[in-house]
Unconditional design. Sequence first.
Length: 65
Amino acid sequence: MKYFLNTGTGKLHIEGFCCHAKQKPFNGMEFETEDEARRYAGDNLTWCRICERKKEQILKENEKV
């Protein structure tokens, strides 16, 4: 999974999870892990609501298995 941080808005996206994460944002950075993005952005980072919901849904599905 790749994570895109829009440096203009501080929103963290997961590649392919929303329309903003289909490709690297123009004013963004790409990270291999969420931790890397958090270390870079610190307290300024917030999740994209769409990506966060999809991530939580996938985690719940994986717990059932």
